[in-house]
Design a binder for this molecule. Sequence first.
Ligand code: 1AE
Length: 410
Amino acid sequence: MNQNGYSKATYRLYDDTADFQQKALGIAVGLTVGSWTELPETAKRQMEKHLGQVVSVDVHEPDNTASGERCADITIAYPDLNFSRDLPALLVTVFGKLSMDGRIKLLDLQPSEEFLSAFPGPKFGAAGVRDLLGVHDRPLVMSIFKSVIGYDLDGLREQFLQQALGGVDLIKDDEILFENPLSPLEKRVKVCMDAAREAHDTTGQKLIYFTNLTGSTFKLRDHAKRAIEAGANGLLFNVLSYGFDALAELAADPDIRVPIAAHPAMAGALYPSPYHGIAAPLLLGKLMRIAGADLSLFPSPYGSVVMPKEENLAVRDALLSDKLPQAPVFPVPSAGIHPGLVPLILRDFGPDVVVNAGGGVHGHPNGAAAGGQAFRQAVDAVRNGTSLEAYAENHPELRSAIERWGVRTS
Ligand code: 1AE
């Protein structure tokens, strides 16, 4: 079969007794032309170009699977002719009704070159974010606002200032901060960017503030532009509650000329089951990148919300690999991160990573500024090839962090 003009989807399907070849054929036909064998020859000729094709069926018998269950990895090629150049159309074609039909998980998508060419992807990507900050030689450090609900603008400003004084590169809103009378979007942006300028006088560092872009879908573009007009230089976006198309639209908008950090809220409803949903490397890696996130947050293998390491590194690979035309995206392994985990993060992710923490910054015994400093010191220690413990001897912020959280070596 000529693969040009086809987009492929790979599934893992669990079934104790099924004829997986027949199942694969049922998917290829059922999700495209509906029925095939019953069609008269003239209709077959007309429909052939719309017919899905079975690419491969790899059956794993119970003796050869980790769970001891029988399953198969099935790849189907779908004619691009069948769907428009947007992610909802692709996703509904390959995993719409099928997602509810038995124990089946979408493992991967290989959209055709032609389909991918419709997506400009991240405006900045990892390299562009580095350029904005002028930081090219080390992993970045991001701090997360914590306890933001119920705070007025003065309270937020002070919290921002303390985080920024710690020397972090990026600060993001908490994803649960929505439009509210105490800290409305434009005023929040103004006070935070003002605090960023104040911190810059001390640290000399540039900083991106990812303000949470919220509201109903049709108002997102307007809210984004208002935030940027008020001075926002980054946007945080809860992609999965809106859908990938909303991210793709925002990322492709020429007036939205700031990086977008994709938050993984809701992802737990979609990726963790072996039997259902969408695999994490596709959900939080490849699709985020195609849709245009500049940074993608996801749970790490080490912190409070844990994703298995193999899966985690596959998310990283999907974000950074050279296999997509869209620019590489910064991986941001998150949740429960503290300075004592930095050696593991850098070992597994390398230099192109954002070390991201909320509690691990704000929970520092000497406050958020010291928390940020401890992270920066931990990054410096690893880059110098020094153990955190040795580096902490001359760096009191790191020392206090280690006393509080310890150091993880595996
Ligand atoms: C996986 C997302 C992590 C996140 O958004 C967040 O707020 C983490 O907070 P901490 O670092 O666990 O306190």
